[in-house]
Design a protein around this ligand. Sequence first.
Ligand SMILES: C[S@@+](CC[C@H](N)C(=O)[O-])C[C@H]1O[C@@H](n2cnc3c(N)ncnc32)[C@H](O)[C@@H]1O
Length: 211
Amino acid sequence: MTAFWDHHYADFNEDSPSPFCTKVAADLLLPTDSVVELGCGNGRDGLALVRRADFYTGVDLSANAIQSAGERFLGARIATQRYSLTVGDFSKVNFATLEASRLVVYSRFSLHADSEVAENALLDHLAEYDLGPILVCIEARTIFDELYEQGELIERNTYMTDHYRRFIVPDEFKEKVDRRFTVNSFEVERGFAPYGSEDPIVMRVVFSGKS
Ligand SMILES: C[S@@+](CC[C@H](N)C(=O)[O-])C[C@H]1O[C@@H](n2cnc3c(N)ncnc32)[C@H](O)[C@@H]1O
C-alpha cells in the first residue's frame, strides 16, 4: 500500500486544495484551531488548512508524500513552528499529545485508503480524546462509487486495482459515529469530488465530541 503512494507522490503535482478542504477552511475552521490531517498526501489541502488555523499536523504513511508536503510548506514560507509533518499511521495517532483550544481532525480520501480495522482504531482514539472540544471532518468514497467492484475483491467492499480502496457503507459508518459522537452533518452526494471525467457519489461527515 505504501509503495503505491510513494510511487504516486514521486510524481504528482496537484496543487489546488480540494473542494472539501475549501469548504471546511471557510465554514468551520477557527484561527485558534489545531488541525490534524490524516493521510495528508502532498499537502495540497494542508497548505490551505495551516493558513486558516493556529497549528497544523500532517500525517501520512508515504515518506514521499510527507517530503512533498514539506517542500510545499517551505516554498509557501509557512513558519516551521506552525506545523509538523510526520510519516505515520493515522490509526495510531495519539491525539492526547496534541494540545489545542479545539482539535480539528481532517481526513480527505484517506479513510477508504485503509482497512476497517484501521477505521475502528481511529474512532476509538478519537472517542478517547478528552483534552477539549474536537471536530472531525471526513470525506471518503462509498459503495455508490462507479469504481466499486472494479479490481480484485480482497475484503468486504474492498478492491485492489493498482491500489487499495475500501468502499464505505455510509449508513453503517454513521451508526458507528452516532454511538460515540454528535453528528453535525452527514451528506452522501455527487458533485463533492469531481476529478477529470469522474464525479463519484462520496460521503462527507462532520462530527464532534458528545456534549
Ligand atoms: C487518495 S490519497 C489522498 C491524499 C490527500 N488527502 C488528498 O486528498 O489529496 C490517500 C492518502 O492516504 C494515505 N494513507 C493511507 N492509509 C494511511 C494510514 N493508515 N495512515 C496515514 N496515511 C494513510 C496514503 O499514503 C495517501 O497519501
